[in-house]
Design a protein. Sequence first.
Length: 369
Amino acid sequence: MGLDMYLTADEYIWTRDRQSFNVTTTFDFPVEKITYEVCYWRKANAIHKWFVDNVQQGKDDCNKYKVSEKQLRDLLETVKAVLADPSRAAELLPPCSGWSSRQSRSSSYVSPSASFAAAPSVGRMSELSGKVAIVTGSSSGIGESTAMRLAELGAHVVVNSASSVEAGKKVASALATKGAYVQADISDKAQGQRLIDETIKTFGRLDILVNNAGWTKLVQHGDLDGLTDEIFDKTFKVNVYGTWWLTKAAIPHLRKSDDGNVVNITSIAGVRPVGSSMAYAMTKAALNHMTVLLAKSHGPVRFNAVAPGLVQTPWTQDWGAMHDFVSKASPLKRSAYAGDCSEAVLGIVRNPHMTGQVIVVDGGFTLVS
């Protein structure tokens, strides 16, 4: 293939009818795993030459070379663009033999890592150019993936976390556009207001608010005594009060946008009797209904929600039994990746005629549970 000369491949899945395959790779830099789909080049000459020119300083051999995150992003952006329009291969890739323009035009990119998502096609970088987004709880997981994707499409993104300061700053510094990091605990009304104020001070506008920040503690639904008042209060303070306060503070600025957007990250626990605790499930049901009520009464600002099932994030990395259960039970045979959820957010942001919807992203789990 060519890529396997430089990237350590753990898994190849060959699909003859689409002439494409997935490669799961592990890298030295802080991105645990990336899964992407590339088109098959005979002899892989174009990508091979890209690596020779850009990574190996012109030396064509099979020794191991370190690939920087920026270099990989550049390559993925180029590959994505060629897959979208193979006729541009000669323009975007080095001239070489072996390229076939009859290769697959379809491509999907899924990131099992919470910290990395699809590279944009050439020309897509301007899709959200000039827009400003806040993504709460974006130092890891769904929030991080969403922040990265919005920036890859041209938006300026304000990364936020309540306590993970260094992780949040790291995400902000890795964004494809100028971003910012603001530490704020949204369960404190004043801190939430400061998050809005600092965003306006830095960028002068707000177009997109992704309410991803949340809190929970595992308590079995049958354990009423275990669901203490302290746990109950904190769950509601972050998940409901914090989201409500922040959204109210953002709406006056979102009204000034040509397409003001609020996307709430909720959960299937808001639509089914499941979840990490009864309090958590109640808060997510509240957010789903809050989404619909705001959409009905506060247009033309748009309000939608993404309700994930179990997601592979740092917080759930030790939930092996639950991931196994979901993988066996759900039609799509795996729990969600952070990138699955961020792509749903992008779909909402891109659709200017969509409001008041709760989009379930669970691989079909709620169909059978």
